[in-house]
Design a protein around this ligand. Structure first.
Ligand code: SAM
Length: 183
């Protein structure tokens, strides 16, 4: 087999793998664009609630761009990206290693099974359906006062503390929530 054909087969297999996992999760690994990432960073407070040991979680870390930015933004916090689609997870892990942030780890797995009881901040860019499923888990597990940033889609039945429109072509909304004891 020539190198060209091997590369072509590798590319097609990669596309198929991403496609199959998109069908399984219902959420393609669309990366957050640079304007939306800037909006998220501007919305986040300089100081996070809770102790320095309490992590920042990115649920559905995709190709890792946002997790790397969060690790740079909060160098004193553990930042944990969780991704279940194998190829994006592998790329996110490699990106994290290249970026060299000692506080960043990228875990393979389903964030619905993750323990978020120590979270200081959860960041996500997920479908409306996944957020509807995630809302009760966040409300039940996260400590009171912990923050959630959701890009593009709102968490059903949660009242945002703030909502900012990004300067991307879609004018994507970004929502900031505080987990209240009563949610
Ligand atoms: C729209 S992408 C966002 C990627 C990244 N957060 C970003 O903003 O650049 C959503 C990601 O969530 C992942 N995902 C969906 N359901 C998941 C689950 N249950 N556990 C872990 N990852 C999941 C998908 O594989 C996809 O990569």
């Amino acid at each position: 087999m020539s190198v060209d054909i091997a590369v072509l087969i590798g590319c097609l297999a990669s596309i198929a793998l991403v496609f199959v996992w998109t069908l399984i999760t219902g959420s393609p690994p669309t990366p957050t664009s640079a304007p939306v990432r800037r909006t998220i960073m501007a919305l986040l407070p300089a100081r996070l609630p809770g102790a320095e040991s309490q992590p920042v979680y990115e649920l559905g870390a995709g190709w890792g761009g946002l997790s790397v930015a969060l690790a740079a933004r909060y160098p004193d916090r553990p930042v944990v990206g969780i991704e279940v689609s194998p190829l994006p997870w592998l790329v996110a892990k490699l990106r994290g290693a290249v970026a060299g942030h000692a506080n960043l780890s990228v875990r393979y797995g389903d964030f619905r099974k993750a323990d978020l009881s120590d979270a200081a901040l959860v960041v996500c860019y997920l479908s409306a359906d996944l957020l509807a499923e995630l809302g009760p888990k966040l409300a039940g597990e996260m400590p009171p006062g912990a923050l959630v940033v959701s890009s593009t889609f709102a968490i059903p039945d949660w009242q945002p503390m703030d909502r900012v429109t990004a300067k991307d072509i879609y004018k994507s909304p970004v929502y900031l929530y505080e987990r209240e004891a009563s949610v």
